[in-house]
Each structure stands twice: as C-alpha cells, then as structure tokens.
Design a protein around this ligand. Structure first.
Ligand SMILES: Nc1nc2c(c(=O)[nH]1)N[C@H]1C(S)=C(S)[C@@H](COP(=O)(O)OP(=O)(O)OC[C@H]3O[C@@H](n4cnc5c(=O)[nH]c(N)nc54)[C@H](O)[C@@H]3O)O[C@H]1N2
Ligand SMILES: Nc1nc2c(c(=O)[nH]1)N[C@H]1C(S)=C(S)[C@@H](COP(=O)(O)OP(=O)(O)OC[C@H]3O[C@@H](n4cnc5c(=O)[nH]c(N)nc54)[C@H](O)[C@@H]3O)O[C@H]1N2
Ligand code: SF4
Ligand code: SF4
Ligand code: FES
Ligand SMILES: [Mo]
Length: 892
C-alpha cells in the first residue's frame, strides 16, 4: 500500500496506521496516549493530521492505499500544540520540572515550543506511595490509559482502571484500595509507559533518567527467560534497571525480580572479604590466606583419597565462562569428573528425556514460535509466577484465541483462562500423558505420515497404551474421563500445538519417564521438527542452568554434551586442554553428599548454590557438610550453606560480571558488568583462576571472551558463537556450528539428532510416586515457587520484595483448614517422615482438598527438611513435588 505524506511516498503493510506512515516518512508526532506495544485508543488528540479532507488522529486512522496525509501544515501544528497545551495546563507546575529529554511529556512540550510555565493546574489530588516499587502522583495523571492497557495487554494482570469523570479521571487499582493491596505484580510496565511521571519508581523521578552516568545492556540473572535489561547507574549505584525494548525475549517487558530486585547488591550482609573457620568461627582473612588454605586442603584430599575425593557443585547462577572454567579446573587441575550443577535438582530429567527422544538436550523450538501456536498444553508449570514474561506472552496468545489446556493439580494463574484444566493427582503424570496418547491414537488424532517416516517405537507404545483407557486413567489420576477426552481432542486437532512444561513434570520419582511420555504427544501429533507446532519446551529455571550444563558442568558430559566415556571426545578435549581427561563419570550431587557422609569425599567446593536450604532432606545435607574435612563456599551472602563451610569466598553478582548466559530456549546472550564488586569480592571467574594459581596450574582462558572461544573450539554445537558476534547480533541460539550462519532456533527440520535420525516414542508404564500418604501422613505436600521470591531467597529477601511476600505460606483448601481448625494467617506445623517446618496458613480455593502447597523461599521455615530422599530413577532429580505430611495447628 502506498501513502503520500507531505509529498513523500511511503509503502506500508496492511493494517498500518497513518502514524506508521508519518514515521516511515521521517516525521514525528506527539502521541501521548499511544505506545507501539498497545492497542491505540485515540483519546488524547495530540497526533492530529489531515487526510481525506478531515482532521484525524493518526494513531487510530488506518492507512489506505493512495491516501494523502498532511502533517506539517501550520494549522495542523497549531491544533496539535493546542491539544497538548490543553492537557498540560491542567497539570501542576511540577509536571514540567524534569529535564526536557527526561520524560516524554517534557520532551514533547519542548519540541512544540511550549514553555514550562503553561502547567498551572491546582493539583491536590494526592499520591499513593504505599507500594515499594510503583508510586502514583495523581496530579500528573492525564488519563491517557497507557498504564491500564500495559497492565492488561502486555502484563496480563488487569490490575488498573481509570476512575472518575471528565477532568478528574485518574488511574487507580481496580480493587479500589491502595496500590500495595492491589493485584499489581510489580512488572514496572505501567511506570515505563507513563508519559508524564504520574507513575514512577521510588528514587527515580522521570526527568532523572537522563542524568545517569552509566548505561549497561545486560541479561537478567534471575530466571531462565533471559530478559534483556538496561542498567542505569550513577556513582557506583544502580539508579534503575529497565527492560530493553529490543530484547529478543522480553521486548520491553520484565518482572519484579529483574526489574526491581537489585537492592541485595548493597545489603549490609553482602560478603566483601574471604572468611576462614578458626576455632569454630568464620573469621575474615585475606584472599591469599584463604586460597592457601583451600589449596592445602585440596592437596591433602587428593593425597588421601585420589582426585575423586574432591568434588565441585558449579552454579547455574554463574556465567557460561565461569562454569566452563570450573569444570576445566576439576578435570584438568584436580583430575576428576566430580562436577555437577543444580540442573540435577531441576530439569536433569528434561535433559535426559529430550536427548533420548530427539537427540539434543534442550527444548525443541523458540518462544517466538509460540506466537504461532493455536493450542497450548501447559504442564506442571506456573509461568505467571516463575517465568512472568513468558507467562504474559502465553496469556496474550490465549487472549488472542489460542486454546489452552493446563495440567496442574493447582489452579495456577493461567488455569483461570484454560479451556480444560486437568487437575491430576501429584505424581500421576505418566498415567495422564499415556491417557492423552491413548485417546489420540484411538481417535486418529495423530500424524500417520510423520509416524511412518520419522519415528521409532510406535508398536511398543501402541501395545502399552491399550492399558490406558480413559476410565483407568481417571482412576489413577483423578482427572474425569470427559476432561481427558476434551484435552486430547483439543491438542490432537490443533494445527500448531505447543507443549510448555515445568518442574511439575520433572521433580518426581519418575520424572524422566514423565518427560518421555509427554514428548510422545508431540511426536504422535507430528508437532516437532515439522514447522507445524512449537514442539515441546521445558521452562528451564535458573538464568543459566541451560548454560551450566552446555558448558559441561556435569559428571558425565564435557562441554557441548560429549560423553566422558567416549575416547574420541576425551581426546578432543585433551587436545584443547593439553591435559588428559578422566574417563570415569563423576558423582552427581546426591552422591557427593553420600560420599561425604561415608567419609570418602574429602573436599567439596560449592559455588553459588545454597544446598543446605534448597536440596531435599537438608538435615542430611548439613550432616554431609559437617563430615567433609574441607567445604569451600563461594557466595554473595552467608547462606545456610556458607554457615557450614570452612572457607567462604565472597563472590560478585550478575550485575557485576562479564560473560554470557544461555536462556531456556537455547539463546546465548551477553552479560556485562554495570558495577564493580564490593570490597574484596571477586567474580567466580577470577576466583577459579586464583585458586588454580594457588595450586600452580594455569587454566589459560585469560578473559571470558577467550574462554567462550576455547569452548567453541571444543564443542561443535557452539562453534559459531563468540562474544564479538553476540555484541553484534544480540542473541544467538545453539546449535550454531558456523559463525557465518544463524543458530537453529527451531530444531530437527531435516532429521532428529538421534543416532538413527528418528524421534523415539517411549513406552513408559505408570509407576506410583515414592511418597504416598498414610494414616500418619494423610496429606500430599507440593512445593514450588511464588512470584516475589527466588529459590533460597538469599537475594530477594534482601530487597523490598520482602514487603510483597514476607513469610512462607502454606496454601490449603478451606475444607482442610476447617478440618484442622486453621484460620487465615495461623501458624501451622507441617511434619513429614523426614522433618518439620513451621509455616503460615493461607486458605485457598486454588487447592484440592487433601493437597497442600508451599514455597521454599525462607530457609528458616525449614521446608526442605520435609522433602524426601526419593529421586528420579534415571537422573537423581529429587521428588520435590510429592511429600506425605500431616498438619498440626500452631508452632509445635
Ligand atoms: N519467582 C520465582 N521465579 C522462579 C524461581 C523462583 O524461585 N521464584 N525459580 C526458578 C527456577 S530455579 C525454576 S526451575 C523455575 C520453575 O518454574 P516452574 O516449573 O513453573 O515451578 P514450580 O512452581 O516449582 O512448579 C510448577 C508446577 O508444577 C505443579 N505440579 C506439582 N506436581 C505436579 C504433577 O504431578 N503433575 C503436574 N502436571 N503438575 C504438578 C505445581 O502445582 C506447580 O504449579 O522457576 C524459576 N523462576
Ligand atoms: N522444596 C523444593 N526445593 C527446591 C525446589 C522445589 O521446587 N521445591 N526446586 C529446586 C530447584 S529447581 C533449584 S534450581 C534449586 C535452586 O537452589 P539454589 O541454586 O540453591 O538457589 P538460589 O537461591 O538460586 O541460589 C543459590 C545461591 O547462589 C548465590 N549466588 C547468586 N549469584 C551468584 C554468583 O554469581 N556467584 C556465586 N558464587 N553465588 C551466587 C545466592 O546468594 C544463593 O545463595 O532449588 C531446588 N529446591
Ligand atoms: S507494575 Fe505491572 S502489574 Fe503493577 S500495575 Fe503496573 S503494569 Fe500492572
Ligand atoms: S522474567 Fe526472568 S529473566 Fe525476565 S526479568 Fe523476570 S526474572 Fe529476569
Ligand atoms: S496518540 Fe493519537 S490520539 Fe493519543
Ligand atoms: Mo530450577
């Protein structure tokens, strides 16, 4: 379509507006009620142009072929100026206090030649400063509604509304009370879009953004979504962390953690000096003293028990380069494969299950593909709280018409929008997925052509599925047969179905079977490797848990997933490293603790993981650390684990680091330091090098960039990825064998990466969970996440997020609460066969009677003393999702 803008011809796509035309022609218009990410409402009348003989608002007027648009004519400028002046004159003088290049309103007034003194409104409508991160100055609200639409259309929370009439119209929480008591989940979106400074974050008046001295683009160090963020700094302090509008995953959106939870950086408890245990007390010492002690301890451990008497837990919070260096240190400097990372506690079953089914250890497609999905099957994941930016994108897709099936025992956020909610009994996934597969096969909702040419294992699966008719599955899972049929039909009949799943699939006694049985559905449907679906994608948890495993911080795999048992792979690594690679797979995390308790593990080095708070059955973890002669802990804080260490090394956090992370959909992205680490804290990268030097070993890899380059030389999957390329391109997905070609965001278009090139169906029978309720422990406890805190909570508890969620709650159905005589807010003791926790009761209809739910963000409540020793039979991933418990009112 061709449009003429003041004599300049521009070509536009269908659906474009006159505003798009003006911008394409190089023109600018004031657009006070418009944001490109939101629907246009045309209410402010500041974007007036003339077209077809009449004056129209450009933002809401569709461009038509042959349209002629007048923009710069004098009277049009006057009209726009008048519209802005009318709006601004109602505001109090402080509306234009900021820098001209600070707020949008100030900039527009400056451009239109409107003097600051036109703002002469009386004010007096008051403020709402009740919320820790979002403040409202009602006097500056022009009722453009951008915040309301941001909250609804991008964040999907619908927390805001416009109230009042005429000139008194103002934004307010929809619940009517204060912002603090509203549904707001602090994504910051409304603050970002507000053009006037009516909505601000504390400490950052709108005009102030321009006065910051540093701007650093980096990748969020909390969850695996991988939001691109822009960090504004001044005098060594963070002024604000804003979502990057060009962020490939987040596109200008973020969540309460990445956006606001950075206060921990300057918390008074931040570790700034190494600590060494002397006479039972952790005492500050110099780095050289601490490192000498560690080096001596490591030598003694190797002398006593050989290299395998040493083990390391690497950090999924740390960068790829740090993880690469840690596993290289263990393999080259110590000579053992005893290195693992928290993927073990999380998505190890995904790695194992997806590799067995398809060949590679990652999700099959990219989040962008979800935008094309017409049916979402969300299983055992709560992205609204745990991956909020993905949760919002999924919700948007559903609000735009995609069908949604949610499989989760709880009514998680997205379940409110589901066509079908499958509330299966915790631990019954394999039966549920087999039941769905049974219906798909029985009703012919499968892709026969795909099954014939690209799939192995159909006869075995077909035989197994005969025993998973809807009635039996209903009995095993508690899901009504009708719901099962409806879900199978929705997924089976969709043209482009997508599976997105989380820990509700993996953290089980048969987690890997769960992943395989779920992958069966995508294979049966031909929804993977075909371009007809979004495949199957785990919402990997930590910021860099995908990367930690990619880099070989695993006991059986080298960088790029080469097996340590493969002589050719070892030879390749030995060639790059100039040192032999041990051939025996090392210990997994639970095996490390068992070896420590047995006295065979002599030294354990724990980087950025609070195992005494977050591993299961923590009483025994602590016992392991107490038995082990040398425990070194690299940490930001004196975590539960650091308290039990012999040496604590102060670490830099993600905002202080240079390197890369890999997010949940296999994208490498850059991490850049916005600040220096405090005191003597060092990056994990520097600490590993220093420790190697103390042992007289040179690991090479001088800089993070050199380190990734070395990894790329070893691992064909990453051969085309470098810091320099990421600086140029932003994000690159793996596999990327070639620096001149893009990475593969969607996998397996030609063939699967298994040895025979086929996708493998798995015939996994349903087996019951390890934990089962009985008379003494009659309830099932499910553990998981809540929106405002992050895992151990060591970081988020040291931010104002503590005001958003202050305690570990126990969610229970009102019927159960009545049975136990518990009211909202009552203290409740939870007992399992392993331990005891004290939580605060929260009555919730989101729960099914007989099941209770809690998070584990406040270690002092003791949630992980409750969780059991049962773990996935294939990968040792703990059965965090099923624990039999009983409740006792009060704190006993
Ligand atoms: N705010 C916040 N965000 C986080 C984190 C955090 O601590 N806080 N942690 C990050 C990390 S490390 C991870 S791994 C991710 C995890 O993200 P998710 O996987 O979404 O997290 P969870 O809440 O642990 O578990 C998901 C769901 O599984 C359900 N579930 C439990 N048992 C079963 C079952 O048998 N079958 C089915 N179908 N569902 C079941 C639970 O009810 C729960 O809603 O989140 C990341 N993001
Ligand atoms: N009951 C129950 N328990 C669970 C789960 C569950 O669902 N239920 N989920 C499990 C899962 S999926 C996971 S991933 C684990 C997570 O468990 P953890 O990995 O133990 O938890 P985090 O709080 O993410 O972080 C670990 C520590 O790293 C420190 N840290 C942060 N950044 C850095 C850094 O750059 N360098 C260093 N050296 N330290 C740093 C933090 O201060 C924090 O103490 O929890 C598991 N525990
Ligand atoms: S911060 Fe986010 S969730 Fe809260 S009101 Fe604003 S847009 Fe809505
Ligand atoms: S969604 Fe995840 S990556 Fe994005 S800002 Fe929040 S915590 Fe960070
Ligand atoms: S921006 Fe077009 S009417 Fe407000
Ligand atoms: Mo995780």
């Amino acid at each position: 379509m061709r449009v003429d803008v003041d004599g300049v011809a521009v070509h536009l796509e269908d659906g474009a507006s006159l505003l798009d035309a003006v911008r394409l022609a190089g023109g600018e218009l004031p657009t006070l009620c418009h944001d490109d990410r939101l629907t246009s409402v045309g209410s402010c009348r500041t974007c007036l142009v003339r077209s077809g003989g009449s004056v129209v608002a450009a933002c809401v007027t569709p461009a038509v072929d042959g349209a002629v648009v007048e923009v710069t004519a004098g009277e049009l400028r006057e009209l726009r100026r008048d519209a802005v002046e009318l709006i601004v004159s109602a505001l109090p003088p402080r509306a234009l206090d900021g820098d001209a290049d600070g707020g949008e309103l100030a900039r527009i007034c400056h451009e239109l030649g409107l003097a600051p003194d036109i703002a002469q409104g009386p004010g007096g409508r008051g403020r709402d400063d009740t919320h820790p991160y979002v403040h409202l100055d009602r006097d500056l609200c022009i009722a453009c509604g951008r915040c309301v639409r941001m909250c609804a259309e991008v964040q999907g929370t619908f927390a805001l509304t416009l109230t009042g009439r005429g000139a008194d119209t103002v934004v307010a929480p929809g619940t009517g009370g204060s912002w603090a008591d509203s549904d707001c989940v602090s994504c910051g979106g409304c603050v970002d879009t507000c053009p006037t400074g009516a909505l601000t974050e504390p400490g950052l008046p709108v005009g102030d953004r321009a006065r910051t001295s540093g701007r650093t683009r980096t990748t969020c160090g909390y969850c695996g979504v991988g939001c691109s963020l822009e960090v504004l700094t001044r005098d060594g302090e963070i002024v604000a962390v804003l979502p990057d509008h060009d962020g490939p995953v987040n596109r200008g959106h973020a969540c309460v953690k990445g956006r606001f939870a950075h206060g921990f950086l300057h918390a008074s408890e931040r570790l700034t000096r190494p600590l060494l245990r002397r006479d039972g007390l952790l005492t500050p010492v110099s780095w050289s003293e601490a490192l000498d002690h560690v080096a001596r301890g490591l030598r003694a451990a190797v002398a006593a028990g050989g290299p395998d008497a040493v083990a390391a837990i690497s950090s999924a919070r740390a960068t790829n380069e740090e993880n690469y260096l840690i596993q290289k240190f263990m393999r080259v400097a110590v000579g053992t494969n005893n290195v693992d990372n928290c993927s073990r506690l999380c998505h190890a079953p995904s790695a194992a299950g997806l590799t067995a089914a398809f060949g590679l250890s990652g999700g099959t497609d990219s989040l962008d593909d979800v935008e094309g999905a017409d049916c979402l099957l969300l299983v055992g994941a709560n992205p609204v709280e745990a991956h909020p930016v993905v949760g919002a994108r999924l919700l948007r897709r559903v609000l735009h018409g995609a069908r949604l099936i949610v499989a989760d025992p709880r009514t998680v956020g997205l379940a409110h929008h589901a066509d079908v909610h499958l509330r299966s009994q915790p631990g019954s996934n394999v039966a549920l997925f087999n039941g769905l597969a049974h219906v798909m096969l029985a009703e012919g909702l499968v892709d026969d052509d795909f099954l014939r040419h690209r799939v192995a294992g159909l006869p075995e699966l077909t035989a197994l599925l005969a025993g998973y008719g809807p009635d039996r599955v209903a009995a095993l899972t508690g899901v009504p047969a009708g719901d099962l049929l409806e879900a199978a039909r929705l997924y089976g009949r969709a043209e482009r179905p997508a599976i997105v799943y989380g820990l509700g699939v993996t953290e089980h006694l048969h987690g890997t079977d769960g992943v395989r049985a779920l992958a069966n559905l995508a294979i049966l449907r031909g929804a993977v490797g075909t371009g007809h679906g979004f495949g199957i994608n785990p919402l990997r948890g930590q910021n860099n848990v995908q990367g930690a495993s990619d880099m070989g911080a695993l006991p059986d795999l080298l960088p790029g997933y080469a097996k340590v048992t493969d002589p050719a792979a070892r030879a390749r690594a030995a060639d790059v490293w100039g040192a032999p690679v041990p051939d025996r797979p090392g210990m997994r995390i639970p095996e490390m603790f068992a070896a420590a308790r047995a006295g065979t593990l002599q030294a354990l080095w724990i980087v950025g993981e609070d195992v005494c708070a977050t591993d299961p059955d923590t009483v025994r973890v602590t016992e392991a650390l107490e038995t082990c002669p040398l425990v070194v802990c690299q940490e930001l804080f004196l975590s539960e684990t650091a308290r039990h260490a012999d040496v604590v090394l102060p670490a830099a956090a993600w905002l202080e680091k240079d390197g890369t992370f890999v997010n949940f959909d296999r994208r490498f992205q850059r991490v850049r330091p916005a600040l220096d680490p405090p005191g003597d804290a060092r990056t994990d990268f520097a600490a590993v090098h220093a420790l190697a030097s103390a042992l007289g070993v040179d690991l090479g890899c001088r800089t993070p960039a050199e380190t990734l380059a070395e990894c790329a030389r070893m691992a064909p999957l990453f051969a085309g990825i470098s810091h320099e390329r990421l600086d140029r391109e932003g994000a690159v997905s793996w596999p990327c064998p070639d620096s001149l070609r893009p990475g593969e965001a969607s996998l397996y278009r030609e063939r699967f990466s298994t040895s025979d090139g086929l996708a493998h169906l798995a015939a996994c029978p349903y087996l019951p969970p390890g934990e089962t309720p009985d008379d003494r422990y009659p309830l099932v406890l499910v553990t998981g996440r809540r929106w405002a805190h992050y895992n151990s909570g060591n970081m988020t508890r040291r931010t104002a997020n503590l005001q958003l969620e202050g305690v570990d709650l126990l969610d229970l159905h009102p019927a159960d609460a009545a049975r136990y005589g518990l009211g909202e807010g009552d203290p409740v003791t939870v007992r399992s066969r392993y331990g005891r926790a004290v939580l605060t009761a929260h009555l919730s209809d989101d729960m099914v009677p007989g099941q209770v739910f809690c998070a584990f963000h406040f270690p002092s409540s003791g949630v992980n003393t409750l969780t059991s020793r049962h773990a996935d039979t294939v990968t040792s991933c703990p059965e965090y999702k099923v624990t039999a418990v009983r409740l006792i009112p009060g704190c006993v």
